[in-house]
Design a protein around this ligand. Sequence first.
Ligand SMILES: Nc1ncnc2c1ncn2[C@@H]1O[C@H](COP(=O)(O)OP(=O)(O)OP(=O)(O)O)[C@@H](O)[C@H]1O
Length: 264
Amino acid sequence: MIEVKDVYFSYDDREVLRGITLEIKQGEVFGLLGPNGAGKSTLILHLNGILKPKRGEIKIKGINPVKEPKKVRRIVGIVFQDPNDQLFMPTVFEDVAFGPYNLGLRGEELKEKVIESLRLVGMEGYIDRETKELSFGEKKRIAIATVLAMDPEVIVFDEPFANLDFRGKKLVENIIRRLRTQGRTVILASHEPEYLLNCDRIALISEGRLVKVGPPQDVLIPELLRENDLDVPPLIELFYDLNLGIPKNLDEAMDLILRKIRAP
Ligand SMILES: Nc1ncnc2c1ncn2[C@@H]1O[C@H](COP(=O)(O)OP(=O)(O)OP(=O)(O)O)[C@@H](O)[C@H]1O
C-alpha cells in the first residue's frame, strides 16, 4: 500500500531524513514513534507530496506523490499536528465542506456529508460556528472531520492526542477503532509510546533514521525507548519486567495480570 524507499530529506542543508525505508500494508494501524525532532512530521508530509524526497522514492498504491499529488491526495488524508494548519475557512461548515466540494459533492449530498463527518467527531452542534472562535481541542476535532469527510483510504494522524482532554482522547481512539474495522490504513505519529500500544506495527525513528520496526512487543522495549529519548510508561516497564508481553489497553492489562496471579 505504502512504500518508502531509502528516503533522504534536508531543510536547506540540515539533513532530517536519512535513508528511511518502510512498507505499510493495507488495513494496518501503523505507529510512527520518535522523540521531538526525529523527523516524523517531515516523513508524513512526504506521503502526499507536500515535501519531495531529496533522494529515494515513495509510492502510494504504486503512485508517486511527487508526480501525481492530486491522485495521491484522494487516497491519503493527513490530520496535521496543529489544527490551525488545517482550518482556513470562516465557518466550521465551510471548512468541512471544502474537501468533499472539491470531490464534486453539492447541495443536500454535501450537507449530509458535512453533518455525518461532524457527528463522527461529536461536533454536529458546531456546524455554524466561526472556526477562529473554537478552542484548540474543538479545532482538532473539526480538523479530523475535514479529513474524514473525504473518505480517504489512508488516514495519517500527526500527534492526534496532543493537548486533548480525556474525552477528546477517547473520541480519537474510537475514531481510530472505527477506521480499523472499516479496513482503512491508519498511520499514527507520536512521541508517546502509550498511544501506540494498539498498533499492528510500530516504526521507531530517531534523528531521521529508522531504528526498529515491528509489532509493539518488539519495539516498546524499555531500554530501547530510553536510548532514544522516549518516555517509558510504567505499564510497559511493569509488563516487560514481568515478562507478560505488551497489553493493548487497560482491560487486556488486567486480564494478563489476573492470569499471571492465577497461574499455578
Ligand atoms: N520547515 C522547516 N524548516 C526547517 N527545519 C525544519 C522545518 N520543519 C521541521 N524542521 C526541523 O526538522 C527536524 C525534524 O522535525 P519534524 O517536525 O519532522 O520532527 P517530529 O519527529 O515530527 O518532531 P515533533 O515530535 O516535535 O513533532 C527538526 O529538527 C526540526 O527543527
